[in-house]
Write a protein that binds this ligand. Structure first.
Ligand code: DQA
Length: 146
């Protein structure tokens, strides 16, 4: 089983970026933790980060043929991107949307997720652990389908 961990804009700055909101772990550390949990679960993990909406759309478009599932933090594009929603809706690999912060406790513009409708579910508010919980949920539903 192959899972893609996809990260959107500004997440390359995790660790330095508003650590009081997003935590002290850098993206490299989060990916390391996801890979470790992936090994325990017996799944292969790839990862990709981009600040570019088009690059994320292209990556999702390629994913149907390569990946069994996607863990995705669309970051700020969560709240705006119909292009990402369309890409997720067309993608055969199921996606779990994850967020480090609980966006519902934050500014009102973050309360809406445009991308969530293209996902099987959403996990947020648990910091880096949101990614691990997302991975566990995704692997569980993929194994149930088999
Ligand atoms: C985020 C929440 C978004 O609102 C924000 O734009 C991000 C990170 C999170 O993981 O909490 O960049 O997706």
């Amino acid at each position: 089983m192959k899972i893609l961990v996809l990260n959107g804009p500004n997440l390359q700055m995790l660790g330095e970026r508003q650590p009081e909101i997003y935590g002290k772990a850098g993206l490299g550390e989060i990916i390391r933790q996801v890979r470790e949990r992936g090994r325990e679960l017996g799944v292969e993990i790839d990862d990709f980060q981009s600040n570019d909406e088009g690059a994320l759309v292209t990556k999702i478009g390629e994913s149907s043929k390569i990946y069994d599932g996607i863990i995705f933090n669309p970051a700020a594009y969560t709240h705006t991107s119909i292009a990402l929603l369309d890409a997720l809706s067309a993608c055969r690999a199921p996606c779990v949307e994850v967020h480090l912060s609980n966006v519902h406790k934050r500014e009102e513009f973050r309360h809406v997720s445009v991308t969530a409708a293209g996902c099987v579910g959403q996990i947020m508010g648990f910091g880096a652990r949101s990614y691990l919980l997302g991975l566990e949920a995704l692997v569980a539903i993929l194994r149930e389908k088999r």
